[in-house]
Write a protein that binds this ligand. Structure first.
Ligand SMILES: *Cc1c(COP(=O)(O)O)cnc(C)c1O
Length: 343
């Protein structure tokens, strides 16, 4: 098999942050519990939650290209933004520490939640350990405005600064998931199989966008990716995803084309909004933990897996399909949601 259509991934500036391809394996206990064998349905998971640096998670793939760019332009400081429990901010801090950049983050209150667990535990605890300068903004403040002002102040002192937006979801960040699409294609070829359906959460859309850009460039059915939106309304997420994916194809120099029909987003798991727990998320998280010993997160992967469980039970997933669920990480969020998950 040829992956030449994605050769640009190896030429564009990048700092490797993952040691190896992440594992793909079957979820046999869950197949059993949900009675999937009788329907010929196979369920596999890709472990993007297991990476050596900073606790791991999907944001490390995007950060490979962000840090590559930062080094290319001689930056010494990375400023990023996100919600209080941002996994992206935590992994930016870890990657910056590992590769000698200063890291500052401005965290906004995007979720109607407070208390000590939410504001001090989980990702927030780790941000501080990784040595980042953390500023928790009052409700209603725009983090990007503060980040821009801070960058200007640092630049006036002679620093070279890179600002990463929420989730690192720029076309450059999406390249990390085009690279993941290539990795999945290689794993399919090694295992001599094709996944019929690939499931991910869609938050700031860079993960979904990168995957469909990568599969489109390789001619491997981008429409088999179904994303569950956990932040924006379905249509908004679809527009953002298509835009990012097309720009990523541009960076890759790929002639492949993407249209609305390639962007499959399901909005049914959003519930009352970003970071607000749903009953289905809690059930899905417990199913994965108790049947497989694998931890999902309450904000993203728990909701996406809840969507998959629903799709398996209502016949959306057809008999005989082989489904790949991408576990995107975010386990530190569990500690911030202690009250929602126990007692
Ligand atoms: C950010 C995040 C996502 C969503 O990725 P986007 O590229 O923002 O859509 C999914 N899972 C976890 C654990 C995340 O931290």
């Amino acid at each position: 098999m040829s992956y030449d259509a994605l050769d640009a991934l190896d030429r564009l500036p990048r700092i490797p942050l993952l040691d190896t391809a992440t594992a793909v394996h079957r979820l046999e206990r869950i197949e059993e519990r949900l009675g999937l064998a009788g329907r010929g349905i196979r369920l596999s998971i890709k472990r993007d939650d297991v990476m050596a640096l900073g606790g791991g998670g999907n944001k490390l793939r995007k950060l490979e290209y962000h840090l590559g760019h930062a080094r290319e332009i001689g930056a010494d400081t990375i400023i990023t933004v996100g919600g209080v429990q941002s996994n992206h901010a935590r992994l930016t801090a870890a990657a910056a520490a590992r590769h000698g950049f200063e890291c500052e983050m401005l965290l906004a209150r995007m979720v109607p939640k407070d208390g000590a667990d939410y504001e001090k535990n989980g990702n927030v605890l780790l941000d501080a350990l990784f040595g980042a300068k953390v500023t928790l903004l009052p409700r209603g403040e725009n983090a990007l405005v503060h980040a821009t002002a801070r960058a200007e102040a640092l630049q006036a002192e002679g620093h070279v600064v890179v600002i990463l937006p929420t989730g690192g979801s720029t076309p450059r960040g999406a390249l990390g998931y085009a690279r993941c699409a290539r990795e999945i294609a290689q794993q399919e070829d090694e295992l001599d199989l094709r996944f019929d359906r690939i499931i991910v959460p869609n938050g700031s859309s860079g993960t979904h966008a990168g995957l469909i850009a990568g599969f489109a460039a390789l001619g491997r059915q981008p429409e088999r990716v179904t994303a569950y939106s956990v932040l924006a309304a379905r249509d908004t997420a679809a527009t953002t995803t298509l835009g990012l994916a097309r720009e990523a194809l541009g960076l890759l120099g790929s002639p492949a084309e993407l249209s609305d029909a390639h962007v499959r987003i399901d909005g049914s798991q959003l519930g009352d909004g970003y970071g607000v727990p749903t009953a289905a998320m809690k059930d899905a998280l417990r199913l994965m933990a108790s049947a497989e010993g694998i931890l999902l997160d309450p904000v993203y992967s728990g909701k996406a897996f809840a969507g998959l469980v629903q799709a398996l039970s209502d016949g959306t997933v057809r008999d005989g399909e082989h489904v790949l669920f991408i576990a995107t990480g975010g386990q530190p969020g569990l500690y911030a949601y202690r009250e929602d998950l126990v007692g």
